[in-house]
Design a protein around this ligand. Structure first.
Ligand code: MG
Length: 280
């Protein structure tokens, strides 16, 4: 069948209808009239059930309501759009963040950014999130020390348990599923888009939280897409389970709800700035 048509019910007047009319008018006898009328009625009813092609019009596939919600974008793609929650504006950290104990975060805020203070532990958002779009900018120390996992290591934990790795991998080899932009020990980044140490870099992360079966297993696993400095490095990957340094992620899967954004203290003075999130 032609794609421009779909099958629909249509009333079709039989081609022999005028002949009946003519016959009725011509003979004009009561019996013939009644008989003809009955036959014609039956013919019309049968024809009405016939399926005929109906031409599609472009309006049939156009949806107008409800109107799409308007959002005012930022000056640049790095700037928060109108519906974003600004998690860190370069000045006020305490408004949205705590340390792991829910107390004042121990990291240092200066010069429009916040920097890991070794030994003070993670910082995490007071708010919890499910599905989101996260923009975050990070900078590994200009002064290069250490190698492999020991150079500019931090991390962004989605819902507090799924880590997107932050690491200085500019001329620094490490295991591929643990380098910058990896979903740590689950997915290596598609490419290495690192800038030099001391330069600001961006992650744009689109995250869909898992949905669970009654037994606590994933009904749909969490998925992550990451752009590193505008380059796609994770393309809607399905997470195997929570991030494990030692162990198998699948063994750690258990039901959870909304969770915070957590930034890792791995002992290196990595800095962050311009953090905003859009709940989806
Ligand atoms: Mg890390």
């Amino acid at each position: 069948m032609n794609k421009e048509y779909y099958t629909g019910k249509q009333v079709k007047v039989p081609a022999f209808y005028p002949v009946y009319l003519f016959t009725i008018l011509k003979i004009n006898k009561m019996k013939t009239y009644i008989l003809s009328f009955l036959l014609l009625t039956i013919a019309v009813v049968v024809s009405a059930q016939e399926e005929l092609p109906m031409k599609m019009e472009h309006e049939m596939t156009e949806i107008w309501d409800p109107e799409v919600v308007k959002v005012t974008p930022g000056e640049t793609p790095a700037d928060a759009p109108s519906d974003a929650i600004v998690l860190f504006d370069g000045v006020d950290l305490e408004n949205e963040w705590t340390n792991d104990k829910g107390e004042k975060p121990g990291w240092e805020v200066a010069n429009g950014c916040v920097t890991v203070k070794q030994g003070t532990g993670v910082i995490k958002t007071k708010r919890s999130f499910n599905d989101f779009q996260l923009h975050i900018e990070w900078r590994s120390p200009a002064e290069v020390t250490g190698e492999s996992q020991g150079r500019g290591n931090s991390g962004i934990f989605l819902q507090g348990i799924y880590e997107v790795q932050v690491l200085d991998n500019y001329n620094n080899r490490t295991y591929r599923n643990g380098q910058a932009g990896s979903v740590y020990k689950q997915y290596a980044p598609l490419v290495n888009a690192c800038k030099a140490p001391g330069e600001w870099q961006t992650y744009d992360i689109i995250y869909t939280a898992p949905r669970f079966n009654n037994d606590g297993t994933y009904f749909t696993p969490p998925t992550v897409t990451v752009l590193h400095n505008g380059v796609l490095i994770q393309n809607h990957v399905k997470l195997r389970g929570p991030t494990e340094f030692i162990g198998i992620p699948e063994y750690s899967v258990k039901r959870h709800g909304a969770g915070p954004i957590v930034l890792q203290d791995h002992g290196n003075p990595v800095s962050y700035r311009n953090i905003w999130i859009r709940e989806l």
